[in-house]
Design a protein around this ligand. Structure first.
Ligand SMILES: Nc1ncnc2c1ncn2[C@@H]1O[C@H](COP(=O)(O)OP(=O)(O)OP(=O)(O)O)[C@@H](O)[C@H]1O
Ligand SMILES: [Mg+2]
Length: 618
């Protein structure tokens, strides 16, 4: 538990002053709420007992409360005079006034305390959530390609919320309860020290089950949250693939899958709730039995040995204080039980924050401005974390600035992997990948990414205006520059037809644009970025020939003067490349210009003939 709290503590640091205020106000309010108890004695004393006596322990030494009431409180109350009222009335009215005023003051303090403490928890947890978001976008592709988006969303929402609950409870209960307990204890001691000390042995019994069962609650809570993450995972996957689900009429199967993970969540929750209920029930048993036990023990002592209370006032104060004390301890235990349950969530939050990004800047990473000479692969091999064979092996390649390199090869040959290495979404496993003669991993990754533009096979557009989508990589671009990029991306006609022009909102995942249009928007985005290096992953393969032609024109404009790596299945689009690499099982098996490769009559020539249908003249 301490370890988890230590993780949260740094988030308190920026709010040290509020935190200090919260503790002081919480203490004042908690103690203040119990102060009115001291007026119970003079009130009850005036009430007397029905038979006027009980068995007063006249021979007992008076308790601290007796002395204080007799020597200070009563004379002070009497000092205001009797206001012409029957004897004793003015004191009662005075007490009533005092209790009301004090009650109001401390209620006000409690109000400020609650506001401050709850907001403090909200501030802290917002910071945690911000940190998580900051951290998660920085995690490498290795993490994100595991596609646990739903689980991640669940951690960012429900787990962070559960952590908020723990913080609220902590600043409220854990700050106030100890002071309230101490105040009650002090009153009980003042009223009847021996009986109070005797009662104290009850407290460990109330606390024990919680301490004992707490860790179990935490473990089970963590598993419960894991199952909740699973169900969010299933849900997000179902929704992001909704077209496929519908097209294959798999609604029922998806619903069933969701039912299954949901049911697992229920089962897991049941086991956590069982532990929680056990802990609370045991606490409740001792707490509920507590006051009866105290009463019975006192009665026995009173009968067998010696009278205990001097008067009914002291007795009432004692029992109200002890009753309050037991209730407070019970409440504290309930809060601690809830905290144990939330710790499972805290674990899940921090296990994300603990992940190290796979790709990080080296200590003395060098800044990078513009590509001067080129990019060089030397004996580069790369193996995905969980793969048993390398996705790329012994790749050697020298790319001069401005060259256009085409990658072809069967599915799974390693083409996309090679592009990911250039972008440094992954670090090479062995060998060396250099930019202008410097190891890529010695450069500041951010600087390098600034010089790269990527166009994917599946264009991704944000739910925002076209303008926002296009200037994504260059937020300060003017409308003129954006329109220029649009023209070069062959988007001019489309823009003319849109009534809102650049202000047109792009729908969910670009649903309102056709595939070719969306692709050209991403090309405009890349154009505007004015990068040195282009990574094009089969940007045209999903399009019909008319859209492909339009996109190809846009791409040609984009590639002019830039160092380009382009993956293509349609070999016609890369005929003019400076060099074509044929990849097979992660190795470069052929390399050369279109003409050279046809000449060599290897697998490229074979693929070419298949696609164009029959041999062609070189
Ligand atoms: N994130 C990943 N984790 C583990 N293995 C991966 C991952 N991505 C790709 N691979 C594996 O690495 C190899 C190369 O994949 P890559 O995506 O580079 O192929 P590709 O040539 O781009 O194929 P395609 O033409 O189908 O896009 C494949 O065997 C693939 O299964
Ligand atoms: Mg690929």
């Amino acid at each position: 538990m301490r370890a988890a709290l230590q993780r949260l503590l740094p988030y308190l640091r920026p709010y040290r002053r509020q935190a200090f205020g919260v503790v002081v106000l919480g203490a004042v309010a908690a103690i203040g709420a119990r102060i009115s108890l001291v007026f119970f004695k003079p009130l009850v004393d005036r009430l007397g007992l029905p038979d006027g006596s009980g068995t007063p322990a006249e021979e007992q030494a008076p308790s601290g409360l007796d002395n204080w009431t007799e020597n200070y409180l009563e004379p002070w109350l009497g000092s205001f005079g009797d206001w012409g009222m029957p004897a004793g009335v003015s004191e009662v009215v005075m007490i009533l006034l005092l209790m009301t005023v004090l009650g109001l003051i401390f209620a006000l303090v409690q109000f400020v305390f609650l506001r401050m403490s709850r907001m403090l928890a909200v501030y802290m947890i917002t910071d945690v959530r911000q940190d998580m978001a900051d951290h998660v976008v920085r995690l490498g592709m290795g993490y994100h390609s595991e596609r646990r988006m739903g689980d991640l969303v669940s951690r960012l929402t429900t787990d962070v919320d559960a952590s908020l609950r723990i913080l609220s409870l902590m600043v409220e209960e854990i700050v106030q309860s100890p002071f309230a307990i101490l105040a009650s204890l002090a009153l009980a001691l003042a009223a009847e020290p021996v009986a109070t000390l005797g009662m104290l042995i009850l407290l460990p019994a109330i606390a024990y089950p919680v301490a004992r069962i707490g860790p179990r609650i935490r473990r089970r809570a963590r598993r419960t949250q894991d199952r909740l993450g699973d169900s969010t995972q299933v849900l997000t996957q179902m929704l992001s693939g909704i077209r496929v689900v519908k097209a294959f009429r798999m609604e029922e199967r998806e619903a069933q899958e969701f039912r299954r993970v949901n049911q697992e969540f229920v089962t897991q929750t049941e086991s956590m709730v069982k532990a929680q209920a056990t802990s609370l029930a045991v606490t409740a048993f001792f707490a509920n039995a507590g006051i009866g036990l105290v009463l019975a023990a006192l009665a026995l002592v009173h009968i067998l040995y010696t009278p205990i209370f001097n008067d009914s006032g002291t007795m009432v104060v004692f029992f109200v204080a002890v009753g309050g004390l037991i209730a407070l301890v019970k409440r504290l235990m309930r809060a601690i039980t809830a905290i144990f349950a939330s710790l499972g969530s805290v674990d899940r939050v921090f296990s994300v924050l603990d992940l190290e990004p796979e790709v990080k800047d080296a200590a003395g990473a060098q800044p990078f401005d513009r590509l001067q000479q080129g990019i060089r692969f030397e004996q580069v091999s790369f193996c995905y974390a969980d793969a048993d064979r390398p996705a790329l092996a012994d790749v050697n390649l020298d790319v001069k600035r401005g060259q256009r390199i085409a990658l072809v090869g069967a599915s799974g040959a390693g083409k996309s992997t090679m592009l990911d290495l250039v972008a440094r979404f992954y670090d090479v496993s062995t060998g060396s990948l250099q930019v202008d003669g410097i190891e890529l991993r010695e450069l500041k990754h951010g600087d390098w990414l600034d010089r790269i533009a990527v166009v994917q096979q599946q264009p991704f557009l944000f739910q925002a205006s076209l303008r926002e989508n296009i200037r994504y990589g260059r937020p300060d671009a003017t409308d003129e520059q954006i329109l220029e990029a649009c023209a070069a991306a062959n988007l001019g006609d489309m823009l003319q037809q849109l009534p809102d022009g650049l202000d047109t909102q792009v729908g969910d995942a670009g649903a309102r644009l056709s595939g070719g249009q969306a692709q050209r928007v991403t090309i405009a985005r890349a154009l505007l970025k004015d990068a040195d290096v282009l990574l094009l992953d089969e940007a045209t393969s999903a399009l019909d020939s008319e859209s492909e032609r339009k996109v190809q024109i846009a791409l040609d404009n984009l590639m002019t003067g830039r160092t380009t790596f382009v993956i293509a299945h349609r070999l016609g689009t890369i005929r003019g490349a400076d060099r074509i690499l044929v990849l097979e099982d992660g190795r470069i098996v052929e390399s050369g210009s279109h003409e050279e490769l046809l000449e060599a009559n290897g697998s490229y020539a074979h693929m070419w003939h298949l696609q164009v249908g029959g041999p062609v003249e070189a």
